[in-house]
Design a protein around this ligand. Sequence first.
Ligand code: ADP
Ligand code: MG
Length: 728
Amino acid sequence: MSTLRFHAIKESLKRKPIKIKEEKRRSEIFGENVFNEAAMRQYLTKTALSSIMEAVEKGTKINRVIADHISTGMKEWAISKGATHYTHWFQPLTGATAEKHDAFFETIGDGMAIEKFGGHQLVQQEPDASSFPNGGIRNTFEARGYTAWDPTSPAFIYGTTLCVPTVFVSYTGEALDYKTPLLRALQAVDNAAVDVCKYFDKNVKKVNASLGWEQEYFLIDSDLAASRPDIVLTGRTLLGHSPAKGQQLDDHYFGTIPNRAMAYMRDLENECMLLGIPVKTRHNEVAPNQFELAPIFEEANLAVDHNSLLMDIMQKIAKRHKFKVLLHEKPFAGVNGSGKHNNWSLSTNTGVNLLSPGKTPMSNLQFLTFFINTIKAVQTYEELLRAAIASASNDHRLGANEAPPAIISVFIGQQLTKVMNELETVTKGKLSPKEKTDLKLNVVGKIPEVILDNTDRNRTSPFAFTGNKFEFRAVGSTANCANPMTVLNTIVAKQLIDFKAEVDVLIDKKSMKKDDAVFNVLREYIKTSKEILFEGNGYSDEWEKEAKKRGLSNNKTTPEALKVKVSKSSIELFESLGVMNKVESEARYEIEMEEYILHIQIESRVIGDIARNHVVPTAVRYQNILIENVNGLKSIYGDKFKNYAKEQLSLIEQISGHIEAINSLVTSMTNERKTLNEQNDIEKKAKGYCDIVRPIFEDIRYHCDKLELMIDDELWPLTKYRELLFTK
Ligand code: ADP
Ligand code: MG
């Protein structure tokens, strides 16, 4: 009997939900472990507080003396909550989040000690003491740089550690993390959007991008997960036959949340409340044991931090409940995978959501301006947006008929399509007073009503307008949202800058009135942005053909998709807006390509190991039992044994066939890897892993899954899909 699998199943069946106490209202504990404004008011001097506020609102620098005050206040607050250590918390490009804990504790001689946390410890740290290598970009990026405090994202306490959100940059100033370019992109879109807002409202001083993510995940019993080497090492199953029952009945989606999962969610939500992550929604998802969690949207930088933090604490809290969280985009073949919708919009310091239709024709013209400019930005940079969500694990999901295709398109709904069509017919040049009144009354003025009717939500669209925001649905569930958010905000910033320049030319050179100029430019944008708009079924083959005709990119794999990141125009785009310089763009490309290669390499090794060391020996064992049986039948029935051993003999042959196939496939896969590992050209190497190594997985899997169906269940060593997915 396969001990590990059955032991795990036995353990998993004994589980009871953990009791979760919620003694206080959530609104009372919200942000309790965050050094937020309320805490700052209590622990900081007035000058220190206003210095932080100014840094948050205007991006001003905090001087060293003030930093000392702040760090002291922060330390006092943290100690009062039981913290003993502090860490600079950041998001390096290669992992989820990173931290190195240091104690507040310091000796001061004569056997005495104090708790200390100075301004310089708050402001700057070196995560690693290794010296800084010089040379090419690879060296630059592998090198350790320093972390620097990001006052726009508040410090928080997790466990007994004060965590200070920071950026991570090299000594030469290049970004080594996800946050730095994001902050620069947010600044760029702020500047560009404020300039455009001035056409409509002179009081606008700041525009914030907002992000509301929706996180999908699987909850698997921790013993069952631990019994599968593929889950442990790659976060997904590399083989496993689909169960007799899957998600076809939709009974999980519409059912109640299972008790153990519910206890986990409440525990997680509690922790989120303490950390100021405003989670609001929880529900079952389509696949068995799949769930979703979503917060109330926040300013994008904070929302990105909160999502990274969440992914981290999800795993930690899962341990208490004997669960493993699978964040992978496709943990189980044949079962829906997970994504992370990114809901995005822009809003002003005056409280206006720029992607929400307003009450007056003028505010609607502002809405249309931002709406159409976003569409135009996506049209121009669709390939870059695709690249922003590329990863080995997301490749499984995009275009797999459950998630949007790898083709980026924008869905806006019938009513807004109609508005666009009407705006397209606006007269070229100055508008007559009648036309303008007509437009304002009948087209621009009517938007609020139409939006309310617009309930049609096309789930197959990767980038859909949903009433007052765009929803980027192709983001992977494991992704750090900073990457797609950096690209989206950068391309919209660039588009708004171009828009303003074009409108200003019409105002200055053609002496047009402001709204005439805006209408004129928008009309041209509508004409040139048609290719990206698509309302039909994104899963269909027709769309693939149609998209090709339209000239839209359809990069199905990560190595193909990433290429555009180092095209001349992309590098110039990021450089011109100060988001990333050439070195940063190129280094990111290399890091992502390398990560892709490593990912496939690891999966390939793991499946090779499981196939050879778990599946084949089990198959041989079962075959021996069959052989023994056949021999027994022969000794009883002599020549007539074949009448009774037909099935057994056929199985023996089939098993041999699969064993042979597995062994030769694993050997050829290993040889391909060896050849590729000699390859120094990163593009050729990634392409080889993608086009040669990866398809062999599927063949190996096919034979393993066939064996799973044949072999005595008692002998099968790997926990099966039905056990992983239906244990609650
Ligand atoms: P669903 O897409 O599941 O139907 P909703 O449309 O209600 O759900 O909202 C999904 C997410 O969109 C939530 O996280 C919500 O906070 C977020 N959201 C709502 N308005 C905005 C906005 N203006 N900017 C960014 N995110 C938003
Ligand atoms: Mg959604």
